[in-house]
Ligand binder design. Sequence first.
Ligand code: FES
Length: 201
Amino acid sequence: MGTLQLNSHCGLSSNFSAYLSFKLNTCSKTTFTSKNLSFIKRGKIRAVGTVPDQDQAINTEATQPEEPPSIGFAFVSSVLLPDGTPDVHLRAAPGGQKLRDIMLDNDIELYGPYARPLLNCGGGGTCGTCIVEVVEGKELLSPKTDKEKEHLKKNPKNWRLACQTTVGSADSRGMVVIQQLPEWKAHEWKYEKQVPADESE
Ligand code: FES
């Protein structure tokens, strides 16, 4: 069984609210488990059943400032790593931005063979080369534009043009899972969302 390699150099925020479990059906049957992604699951520590006195509350606020809202992303590459495991890149970014900008700003491959400036329209919505597959988090995304409907009318419904897709707003939190370059991907994988026991009660 292969192992998951997480290329996480982004300083992920601890306010991710999603709890993820990936099952990848690759040639090596790799599984992304909640254990592998346990750092995503770290949430805020809450006191239960007691009310801190005022000094204590002030000290707590002073030492643990509220993190600004952000959205977590898991970008799955279209190709496996040399050892046969999936290549997943975890990032975090404020909402209200185009998915294209988030990907390019975070060194996530978007255009594949169309990366050179003259081979794509640079975000104008006319070339149709910035396609992504939305695996999780479509509720955070803006509705499809007319340009997307035109370019993607023969593609699966969860394909989007990254340059036309706005992710959430400035106060959004959540998780978005994106398959990069879906038209070039070399492996199939299945995504399963896992809700922790304490939230399913
Ligand atoms: S960059 Fe050309 S359609 Fe998105």
